[in-house]
Design a binder for this molecule. Structure first.
Ligand code: FES
Length: 79
């Protein structure tokens, strides 16, 4: 399996819609951060599908080191 890439050393503030399915880029290679664009192919790293219950702005991890993907857990501060 390939290593994850730090797409950005901070979260993206993104408005997510309740009930809509999103695919979070877990490998860091997507050009449409923080979402998957298929660039993980061949890395052995899979994107993570998720939904939210409330439409609002969320801090979505771009460093790919969160233990609470797709959401930022502060791990970027320790890289
Ligand atoms: S951006 Fe990844 S933990 Fe904050």
């Amino acid at each position: 399996m390939s290593e994850v890439i730090i797409a950005a050393p901070k979260p993206a503030a993104v408005t997510l819609e309740a009930g809509k399915e999103y695919w979070w880029c877990a490998c860091g290679r997507s050009k449409t951060q923080p979402f998957c664009d298929g660039s993980h192919e061949g890395t052995g790293i899979e994107p993570k599908s998720f939904t939210v219950e409330t439409t609002r702005k969320y801090a979505v991890c771009q460093c790919k080191h969160t233990q609470n993907g797709p959401f930022c857990d502060g791990a970027h501060a320790k890289l």
